[in-house]
Design a protein around this ligand. Structure first.
Ligand SMILES: Nc1nc2c(c(=O)[nH]1)N[C@H]1C(S)=C(S)[C@@H](COP(=O)(O)O)O[C@H]1N2
Ligand SMILES: [Mo]
Length: 323
């Protein structure tokens, strides 16, 4: 499909643009993108036109919404709540880490792509954003501890990064690693944890439509406590799989052992798909508590994303898929 962009948009829109002009431009962009089929090139065309103008974050956010992922069936969690109640063990093992996380230097930020790929390399985060257009998706998030939230993330499908990485035929898994910097991240001085934080998924999971690499939330670049500048969102899995502040992505033929698996493999496994009928060894997973609500709501199989992901687990069974 073809979208003709007025030439004037390709020049000078910077931080001094009046809010209203900016908002109108965004509204127009959304119209254009909404009209295009999302599966096609509509989104990338619209966004790369915006890109051509400037590198400025104000050009990227808010990112155009992908209409296929706008209805999460739950109210969006209040931004203040979601950004002041976090799990980020690098900064402490309680939820009030948002201020401590501001100490994380995220610019510049590089991501190493290695292992079974055609050409191992290190990519600068800003360069990555220049290569891949972003979009907004509203996803549910279910922590294994039973709290949940619904967040408008911005980012791009992991599949695009897989394409960029060109994995070799032997690659079966993707391993992710978070930064390691005990000087600024006091939690990493807790020597009994196996730092750095590591997570892993299969290559097939990485290529699933839902698997999202997140660069922003609530229409802005990602706040540090959310795992800036790049984190994962796997909405059908327990939250611990959605690793934050990624510095390394490796393609392997061996199943990675995650931070939590290494810490306690009786309670946290590799698959960690959400299932209300498979209790955690110490508590039921039947219900959850959305942040900001005192109501408990039933937890759904695959966190409500069964239709999109069931195919991945065809022919597999057993408790280990759900812990
Ligand atoms: N590097 C890293 N990633 C992490 C964690 C962490 O402690 N360190 N916590 C995980 C857990 S348990 C959850 S529930 C989510 C929390 O994401 P949020 O703080 O953005 O809500 O991040 C996940 N990713
Ligand atoms: Mo979690």
């Amino acid at each position: 499909m073809l979208i003709k962009m007025p030439k004037s948009w390709e020049i000078s829109e910077n931080r001094t643009t009046p809010e209203t002009v900016f908002a109108n431009r965004r509204a127009f962009m959304r119209g254009v993108i909404g009209a295009a089929t999302i599966a096609g090139t509509g989104v990338s065309l619209g966004q790369s036109a915006a890109y051509a103008a400037t590198d400025d974050d104000t050009m990227r956010y808010p990112a155009p919404r992908n209409p296929a992922f706008q209805d999460a069936d739950r109210p969006i969690t209040d931004e203040k709540l979601a950004s002041t109640y976090n799990n980020f063990y690098e900064f402490a093992s309680h939820k009030q880490i948002w201020q401590a996380a501001q100490a994380l230097p995220t610019d510049p930020w590089t991501i190493k792509i290695d292992g079974l790929v055609t050409q191992p390399r290190t990519i600068d985060f800003d360069d990555l954003l220049r290569k891949i257009p972003i979009e907004e998706r509203i996803y549910r998030h279910r922590c294994v501890e039973r709290w949940s939230m619904t967040v408008p993330w911005s980012g791009f499908p992991m599949r695009k990064l897989v394409d960029l990485a060109e994995p070799l035929a032997g690659a079966k898994f993707v391993r992710f690693e978070t930064f390691h910097n005990p000087e600024i991240a006091s939690g990493q001085r807790q020597f009994w944890y196996p730092w750095p934080y590591v997570e892993g998924i299969t290559l097939a999971e990485a290529q699933n439509d839902l698997t999202f690499l997140v660069t922003g939330a609530y229409g802005k670049p990602l706040a540090k406590q959310f795992g800036a500048p790049l984190r994962l969102a796997l909405p059908w899995k327990y939250g611990f799989k959605s690793i934050k502040s990624i510095v390394r992505i490796s393609f392997t033929d061996e199943r990675p052992v995650s931070f939590w698996e290494q810490t306690n493999n009786r309670e946290y496994g590799f698959w960690a798909n959400v299932n209300p009928n498979v209790p955690h060894p110490r508590w039921s997973q039947a219900v959850e508590e959305p942040l900001g609500s005192r109501d408990r709501v039933p937890t759904l199989l695959f966190n409500g994303y069964e239709e999109q992901v069931a195919e991945l687990y065809k022919g597999m069974s057993g408790r280990s898929l759900f812990m």
